[in-house]
Design a protein around this ligand. Structure first.
Ligand code: PDD
Length: 280
């Protein structure tokens, strides 16, 4: 199917024909969750991990998953184009309610939507990108992949307004993650990333990076990172399904390392590509 074909509530439709009610609780309350899953050469990457995270997100918002993992695979697969690198966006909302009321409606038929788009994760890798640090203004359920993304949107836009690609977020002086990514730093030769807590999204790319590090005997650690610790960082990266691993070469106007993507990033870039290639 072409990129303009989407899935909505049991049907595959051209994007322009897809309609949902204005009474959908996703529209009125941001009452829903989502996933973004990369597909390399037409094959979904770590689908099980993404679907497990979807299960956790749905449990967190007290919504029953409308589909089994097998059904999800069957729904998403026809959207993919053979041999292409794409990303799948899927969203489940609490559905259409008869009236606007914060409390859940009695009858719930979730709205299920999925679409694909092309990915070009390495647009920025040669030079690296700039980031800016910001106070993490989000809520306490950041491990739920909720569609309610207004704080993330405002933080990311504030970064863009300052000529930066990403906002690095700090809570009580400690790094949480990026506005739409997880964060890593290389400090004293060790690859470090904040531990999984409700303050961060448990990124699937983050897990892959840690796996690659452990499989290659590269020192790594999941630990709290104070903002001041980043003064000693020789590299900082952000990771996500759509952008893979992006090196940050400038934070708050100050150069990181020698202002170019660092040697460990170069190594991980190759290891990550090799790993993807091995799945083709
Ligand atoms: N976001 N943290 C946040 C807040 C994110 O929004 C994302 C990804 C990640 C990385 O998770 P993963 O490696 O599983 O993609 C971490 C997606 C890509 C998005 O919102 O479009």
């Amino acid at each position: 199917m072409g990129n303009d074909i989407i899935y909505l509530n049991g049907q595959y439709l051209p994007l322009s024909d897809a309609k949902i009610s204005v009474m959908d609780r996703g529209f009125l309350f941001g009452d829903g969750v989502y996933e973004v899953i990369p597909a390399y050469a037409g094959r979904l990457f770590r689908l099980e991990n993404h679907l497990e995270r979807l299960d956790n997100s749905l449990r967190s918002i007290r919504l029953v998953n409308p589909h089994s993992h097998e059904q999800w695979r069957d729904i998403l697969s026809p959207l993919l184009q053979a041999g292409q690198d794409q990303s799948v966006y899927l969203q489940v909302t609490r559905g259409v309610a008869p009236k606007r009321d914060h409390a859940f409606p009695q009858t719930i038929i979730p709205t299920v939507f999925a679409m694909v788009s092309g990915i070009n994760p390495y647009a920025d890798h040669e030079r690296g990108v700039k980031a800016v640090s910001m106070e993490d203004s989000r809520w306490k359920l950041c491990d739920t992949k909720a569609i309610t993304l207004l704080a993330n949107v405002l933080l990311r836009q504030a970064a863009v307004d300052q000529g930066c690609a990403e906002a690095l977020l700090f809570k009580d002086g400690y790094l949480t993650e990026g506005a739409a990514s997880n964060a890593f730093a290389v400090i004293n030769g060790v690859l470090v990333t904040p531990p999984k807590t409700p303050a961060i999204l448990p990124g699937i790319t983050r897990d892959v990076i840690l796996e690659i590090a452990r499989n290659n005997n590269i020192p790594c650690s999941e630990q709290a990172i104070a903002k001041t610790d980043l003064n000693d960082a020789s590299e900082i990266w952000v990771t996500s399904s759509t952008r893979e691993i992006i090196p940050i070469v400038e934070l708050d106007g100050g150069q990181i390392g020698d202002g170019k993507p660092g040697p460990l990033w170069q190594k991980f870039y190759r290891l990550f590509q090799d790993y993807k290639q091995s799945l083709r």
